[in-house]
Design a protein around this ligand. Structure first.
Ligand code: PMP
Length: 360
C-alpha cells in the first residue's frame, strides 16, 4: 500500500517514536545502547502520550465536555502537550508551573493559548502556594474544570503500558536486557516497565532520579523523606510520592547530580549529534555510573523524554553553567570531556572548548 505520510490531525503523530543506536556510548559501554527518542512526538516530548490518553479517556467517561477547562500542574512538557491538544480539540486550559521552569517552556505554552500560573518552586508539595495545591484549588473552584492530575491519575502509567512499553519491546526484537528512564510522576518507568517485565522477568527496570528527590529513599527504605534541596533538573526531583510510581516494577533507583546531568547532556550532543533535554542527560549520567556492570550481550534502551531546544537558556548556555557552579573557569574544558563529571572519566570528546572559554 502506498504510504503518503499524510495525516488527518497533528494528534495522529503521537507515539511510534524512533529508536536510535548511541554509537559512542555502545562502544564505550561494550554493549548495544539505544535511545528511545521522545522528542519526535509532535509536542516534542514523551508527555504527548499520557495527555492524549488521559483526555480521550475523560471524554469517553463524560468528565470532559465541550466548554470544559483542563487544569494541570506541570514542569512544562505536560503543559505543552495539554496546550497543544486543547488547542486542537477546542478546550481552555490553565497550567500551574514552578517559577523555576524555563522561560522557553512558558512562552511555548502561552503561544498555544494556555493560561500559565507561576508558583514558588521552593515550597513543600503540600504548601498552599505549591503548584500542586494551586492546580487543585483552581479545579475545585472553577466551574466546568477538569484536573488531569498526572501524578495520581493512573491513566498516566496506563498510556505507557499501552504504547511506550510495546514499542520498546518490538523495536528491541525481544532482546532487551535493561530499560533506563527517569522517574518523576513515575508514569514512564512504571507503565512501560510493567509491560516489559511481563514480556521478560529478566529485564532490569532502572529508574533515574535527582539527588533532590524523595523517590529513591522511599524505594529503598519505605519512608518519605522530603528533599531539603530543590533540583535545577526540570521534570525530575519529587517532593511527593506520586501514585503512578509503581515501586514493585522498578528494580533499582540511581540518583545523579544536576551537574552530572547537564554535562552528560552536553557530551551527548557533541558525541552523538543528539541534542536532548536535561533529564536525558540524567539518564546518560546514570548509565555511565553503572557502566562496570554492563556485559557485551546487553541490549540497553534509555528513554530521552524531550528535546534540548527547551533548555537553551539553561544547560546549553555556558553562562548558566558557570552561574550554577557546574563549570568553573579552570576546570570547564575537562568537565566537558566526560559524562558525569563528578564520578567518571571518559576519553576526550570532540568538544569545542573555545565555545565556553568566553562565557561573557
Ligand atoms: N523528563 C522530563 C523533562 C519530564 O518533564 C518528566 C515528567 N515530569 C520526566 C522526565 C519524568 O517522566 P515521568 O513523569 O513519566 O516519570
Amino acid at each position: 500500500m502506498k504510504h503518503l505520510n499524510r495525516y488527518d490531525s497533528i494528534l495522529d503523530l503521537i507515539g511510534k517514536t524512533p529508536m536510535v543506536r548511541l554509537r559512542k556510548m555502545s562502544q564505550l559501554a561494550g554493549a548495544k545502547v539505544y535511545a528511545k527518542m521522545e522528542a519526535f512526538n509532535p509536542g516534542q516530548s514523551v508527555k504527548d502520550r499520557i495527555v492524549y490518553h488521559m483526555i480521550n479517556r475523560a471524554e469517553m467517561d463524560g468528565k470532559l465536555t465541550p466548554g470544559s477547562t483542563i487544569i494541570e500542574a506541570t514542569s512544562g512538557n505536560t503543559g505543552f502537550s495539554v496546550a497543544m491538544i486543547s488547542a486542537m480539540k477546542g478546550y481552555d486550559c490553565i497550567l500551574t508551573v514552578k517559577d523555576s521552569a524555563s522561560s522557553d517552556k512558558i512562552k511555548m505554552m502561552r503561544a498555544l493559548g494556555a493560561t500559565v500560573v507561576k508558583c514558588p518552586a521552593k515550597v513543600p508539595g503540600d504548601h498552599p502556594d505549591s503548584y500542586y495545591s494551586k492546580a487543585k484549588e483552581l479545579a475545585e473552584t472553577l466551574p466546568g474544570s477538569y484536573y488531569l492530575n498526572q501524578n495520581f491519575d493512573k491513566g498516566n502509567s496506563e498510556a505507557h503500558y499501552l504504547t511506550t512499553g510495546p514499542e520498546i519491546w518490538e523495536q528491541s526484537e525481544g532482546r532487551l536486557t535493561h530499560f533506563v528512564a527517569t522517574a518523576s510522576t513515575g508514569g514512564t518507568i512504571s507503565g512501560a516497565g510493567k509491560f516489559l517485565k511481563e514480556r521478560s522477568e529478566q529485564v532490569q527496570i532502572i529508574a533515574v532520579d535527582s539527588e533532590a528527590s524523595a523517590l529513591k529513599t522511599y524505594h529503598e527504605k519505605g519512608v518519605f523523606v522530603p528533599p531539603t534541596d530543590s533540583s535545577s533538573l526540570e521534570g525530575v526531583g519529587k517532593n511527593i510520592i506520586p501514585a503512578n510510581v509503581n515501586f514493585d516494577t522498578i528494580d533499582r533507583f540511581i540518583s545523579v547530580s544536576d551537574r552530572s546531568s547537564s554535562i552528560a547532556a552536553r557530551y551527548l550532543a557533541k558525541t552523538e549529534g543528539i541534542m536532548a533535554g536535561y533529564s536525558s542527560g540524567a539518564v546518560m549520567a546514570a548509565l555511565w555510573k553503572i557502566r562496570a556492570e554492563i556485559r557485551p550481550d546487553d541490549f540497553i534502551v534509555v528513554l530521552f523524554p524531550d528535546h534540548g531546544s527547551r533548555y537553551l537558556s539553561k544547560i546549553y548556555d555556558p553562562k548558566w553553567l558557570l552561574k550554577m557552579g557546574y563549570l568553573s573557569s579552570d576546570t570547564q574544558e575537562d568537565s566537558l570531556d566526560h559524562f558525569g563529571a563528578d564520578e567518571t572519566e571518559l576519553p576526550k570528546a570532540p568538544a569545542k572548548p573555545s565555545e565556553i572559554r568566553s562565557p561573557g
